[in-house]
Design a protein around this ligand. Structure first.
Ligand code: ADP
Length: 959
């Protein structure tokens, strides 16, 4: 028996498989897409298909051709990449091997079909190129949203790479394959951090010359100056590599395309990448940076513990209430939240549009009604270009264009929208005739796909009408033909009929059959009758039999013609998508502001953060009137400078028990500041916000982004990033920094971090705290970022005094009253007030959480003992002995013993710093070696004895 792998079709299969080694190859054979060998085994297991065998030893499984999309969806969800290999010609017209070609490759970053994408989620394909070797090499990124054609290029530092890819919703990353069979370490780090797919590509495709060539060919340009990109810039390497990849995976070769043009379902041979917009360079200086850590920890797109949906996130509050009406609006809103603006004029232009829709409710209502009819124009444009457009897409596009034109009229009176209108109006005019042609030609309820026809109205096309008439009116035609024949020949019993086996026939009883004219050709003899046919009847038969297929073919030709018209208007369609999306976001902002009483924030140049009656945008919706609003006041406006009431401090330390609302408060401040920079109004009675260049956060452990690192390491990496990059214009939000290590380490670090953030130079320490001879540090020349620092280290509150006017204390108020058992009951008021607190109420919280009463009361005993021991070394200003019968559960440390960093530096080897360290050492270290040192009489030891003692000490420590 011949080897089944040696047949011509299988040889063809293996050729494509070799070209797409990372993909499952779905190979069209007749009405099925078949998979073989390894592919068949893994796919059948993963998505539950029945595994069969083509012949012995050759596993195979398949799916019916008309269910391709649903299987693709399942395969994508299971993490597969798929190459779809089509027959490029009609099998009945071809002798021998049918030509085939891979018409599309579906990967996480290249999905364009509606069924494979979430409407409101941005899904992009990225390519990275490092411009030098080494970990600190700068990198260039190109990012394409294949479904809409949006194309962005960015130069990044290595640190920004993850942030940029996360913010842009990258799902797949192309990188130059070094050919060593391994993913390069720095690429692997990115892929792991983001949890996305990596696709190795030949290195030459990233070379400047080849990459530029691909771009020049695609966009038909000689130089990239028109795109604002220099001809030698490394971003071109990434951009060119992406274009080449898309060409290779999403379009056919010229020859195959000709062959398949009108044959392959969906017209895949016609796929182009015409919808790709020229690469645009984002001007990073115009946006406020939210890094990947902040994106996650502020729960902007999704919650940390959520199921990957927007529920419970900042984005979610705009989705759940249904306030964004279009898919473009939803994606743009996400983009606005991930890329807030930095320039006051840009922000105010958006605020004006939101404000206009709030003031003119009738206009807003009409605009919203229009937007209801606007479909995902941006992605339909992509599908038009890539020949994956469905009849519903086409009609939806035409209706959307109509709706957009109405929107232009509605917004006509509004000055805030004049710029938007100046873009939208010409785009609508340009596309109006196309939309009209579609709506004139197509039925109101188009079929989901063209397979069964039924898209065009009767009367639209004479040829199509004839086909349809043939199918519908065959009965009428046959009886008319019968009447004609009887009139022509003296054969009164002549009948014209049809049966499924023999087709159309003329039947005569045997007696009359003898006088049949020669024009009637005998076809079949029955018991009492003869059946005939005529050339006319045969022609008619062929016509009717083919009418259905020809009707479908005709519909495809008409459909393709309309799609071609649309394809010539892609730029205008993209503008319609963009601008409708913008109006949609503004109306979502306006609706939110009206419904929830949000106010227009004032954005100013001074680095202040002033929020009156601020609410957490998400909790405010879930808790309603139970949510307690709070104020924020960091920094002073120029006009207030020198005023006795105004505290210029830009760093607030928030202390208070766990569960009191510290995290909520600091997150709320960050979210309000962020919303203000998107152009949205904010959940507050009043807000004045100095423009922000970056929002930094360090909140909770973010294990997903730093797989394999300890929680403390993650905490320190994130904090290091903040300390190294925060500027005077940044907003820093820190929650419980230092918790991941021992109390002493943690407190010391937290202390030093606050010092650093409060200003670049040292605090003004009292002279008695300075090391001998140390000069007082100079006054700070520069203020630090606006910072909210929530901590359970109450010792830090002493920094307010040391950094007067730069650090201030806030605490969360708690109401306390005696309970029946002699202890205190507490209730968290969630109100943030000036001043410090030095109680942690840890035992209360434990009790509230359901820790057994016995454990809690034993905890109190232990706490009391610890407090007594501890207070021995504490200073008189420590407030021990609270209503709880103890002190703060972390122990109040003698902060006076902590020297200034300068003093330590100067006093190394003696002086104040050394004493301070010894004090901590005495208090905390209990060890036989320490006891031995204490008892040692060093004046009486000879050098040899001293050496022996030293060895003994070492043994004690090692023991
Ligand atoms: P902490 O950071 O102090 O441990 P959280 O900020 O996590 O406390 O708040 C604990 C809980 O208290 C939150 O889940 C929320 O339900 C509630 N809470 C916080 N702030 C407020 C507020 N301003 N108004 C009402 N409830 C609040």
């Amino acid at each position: 028996m011949p080897d089944p792998r040696e047949t011509p079709a299988m040889q063809q299969y293996y050729r494509f498989k070799r070209q797409h080694p990372l993909c499952v190859l779905m190979f069209r054979i007749g009405d099925f897409y078949e998979m073989f060998d390894e592919d068949a085994v893994t796919v059948s297991k993963a998505i539950g298909l029945t595994l069969t065998r083509r012949t012995e030893g050759m596993p195979m499984c398949g799916v019916p051709f008309h269910q391709l999309e649903s299987y693709l969806r399942r395969l994508m969800a299971a993490g597969f990449r798929v190459a779809v290999c089509e027959q490029l010609a009609d099998a009945s017209q071809v002798k021998g091997l049918i030509p085939r070609g891979v018409t599309r490759v579906v990967t996480p970053g290249t999905a364009v079909d509606e069924t494979l994408l979430q409407g409101d989620a941005t899904s992009t394909l990225a390519a990275v190129i490092f411009t030098a070797s080494g970990d600190d090499s700068p990198a260039s990124l190109a990012i394409v949203e294949v479904s809409t054609g949006d194309f962005v290029v960015v130069d990044c530092t290595p640190v920004q790479l993850v942030d940029e890819l996360a913010r842009r919703g990258a799902r797949e990353l192309l990188f130059a394959d070094p050919g060593i069979g391994e993913v390069p370490v720095r690429v692997k780090r990115l892929l792991d951090a983001l949890g996305i797919a990596g696709t190795p590509r030949p290195t030459w495709q990233f070379r400047l010359e080849e990459a530029s060539q691909a771009l020049r060919e695609h966009f038909g340009v000689k130089t990239f100056a028109g795109f604002g990109i220099g001809d030698e810039e490394p971003v071109l390497q990434a951009a060119g590599a992406i274009v080449r990849y898309l060409k290779e995976t999403q379009t056919l070769s010229e020859d195959d395309a000709k062959l398949a043009a009108n044959f392959v379902a969906g017209g895949a041979g016609r796929a182009t990448l015409k919808h790709l917009r020229p690469p645009r360079r984002e001007d990073a200086s115009r946006t406020c940076i939210i890094d990947a850590v902040s994106l996650r920890s502020l729960e902007i797109e999704r919650t940390i513990r959520g199921k990957g949906t927007a529920d419970g996130s900042l984005l979610g509050i705009f989705m759940n209430s249904g306030s964004c009406r279009t898919a473009m609006g939803k994606r743009l809103l996400r983009d606005y939240l991930c890329h807030p603006l930095r320039e006051i004029t840009d922000i105010e232009a958006r605020q004006d549009c939101v404000g206009a829709l709030m003031d003119e409710r009738v206009v807003a209502g009409h605009a919203a009604a229009c937007l209801e009819h606007v479909q995902d124009v941006a992605r339909i444009a992509g599908r038009v270009a890539m020949a994956r457009c469905t009849p519903r897409d086409l009609v939806g596009l035409a209706r959307s264009i109509e709706a957009a034109a109405k929107l232009v009229e509605i917004l006509d009176q509004s000055a805030a929208f004049s710029q938007l209108r100046s873009l939208l109006a010409p785009a609508c005019e340009q596309t109006a005739a196309f939309a009209q042609a579609v709506l004139d030609g197509c039925v109101a309820e188009p079929p989901p796909h063209l397979r069964d026809g039924g898209l065009f109205k009767d009367g639209y096309d004479a040829e199509l009408d004839e086909m349809r008439l043939l199918q519908k009116d065959a009965g009428t035609w046959l009886s008319e033909y019968q009447v004609r024949l009887i009139a022509k020949y003296p054969l009164p019993s002549l009948k014209v009929g049809y049966n499924s086996v023999f087709g159309y026939y003329i039947e005569l009883p045997t007696a009359q059959a003898r006088s049949a004219p020669p024009e009637l050709v005998r076809k079949q003899t029955l018991k009492n009758a003869e059946r005939f046919t005529t050339p006319e009847l045969r022609d008619y038969e062929v016509k009717v039999m083919n009418a259905q297929q020809r009707g479908l073919d005709r519909e495809r030709v008409l459909f393709n013609a309309l799609c071609d018209q649309g394809a010539a208007l892609l730029a205008a369609i993209a503008v319609i998508g963009d601008e409708c999306g913008r109006v949609d976001v503004f109306s979502a902002f306006a609706e939110k502001a009206i419904r929830r009483g949000w106010k227009r924030p004032q954005i100013v140049e001074e680095p202040v953060l002033r929020i009156d009656g601020g609410r957490h945008p998400v909790l405010d919706e879930t808790l309603g009137s139970e949510f307690v609003p709070n104020d924020v006041q960091l920094g002073v406006m120029k006009a207030e400078e020198g005023s006795a009431d105004a505290n210029p401090a830009k760093l607030a330390l928030i202390t208070g028990p766990n569960m009191a609302g510290k995290s909520t408060y600091i997150r709320q401040a960050a979210l309000i500041a962020l919303l203000a920079h998107t152009g949205s109004f904010v959940p507050a009675d009043r807000a004045v916000i100095g423009k922000i260049d970056r929002i930094f956060t360090r909140i909770g452990a973010d294990d997903a982004l730093h797989a394999g690192q300890s929680t403390f390491m993650v905490e320190m990496i994130e904090t290091a990033n903040i300390l190294n990059h925060a500027t005077t214009s940044s907003l820093v939000v820190l929650d419980e920094v230092g918790r991941g290590t021992s109390t002493l380490d943690g407190l010391s670090l937290a202390w030093a971090i606050v010092e650093h953030l409060a200003g670049e130079t040292q605090p003004e320490y009292a002279p008695d705290e300075m090391a001998d001879g140390a000069a007082p540090p100079p006054t700070p020349p520069k203020s630090g970022p606006r910072t909210l620092f929530a901590t359970h280290y109450h010792e830090l509150t002493d920094l307010e005094e040391r950094f007067a006017g730069r650090v201030k204390n806030l605490h969360v108020s708690v109401r306390e009253w005696p309970a029946g058992d002699g202890h205190a009951e507490i209730v968290f008021l969630h109100r943030i007030l000036p001043g410090k607190t030095d109680q942690s109420y840890g035992l209360h919280v434990a009790r509230l959480a359901g820790i057994p009463a016995g454990v809690v009361s034993r905890g109190r005993e232990v706490l009391a003992t610890l407090a007594v021991h501890h207070m021995g070394g504490a200073t008189s200003d420590s407030k021990a002995g609270t209503a709880d019968g103890g002190t703060n559960a972390n122990g109040k440390l003698n902060t006076r013993n902590i020297s200034t960093p300068k003093a330590v530096e100067k006093g190394r080897g003696g002086g104040g710093g050394g004493v301070a360290q010894l004090a901590l050492f005495k208090e905390y270290v209990q060890h036989p070696a320490v006891d031995a040192i204490r008892e040692m009489k060093i004046d009486l030891l000879s050098p040899m004895q001293a050496f022996d003692e030293l060895r003994k000490l070492k043994d004690l420590v090692d023991a």
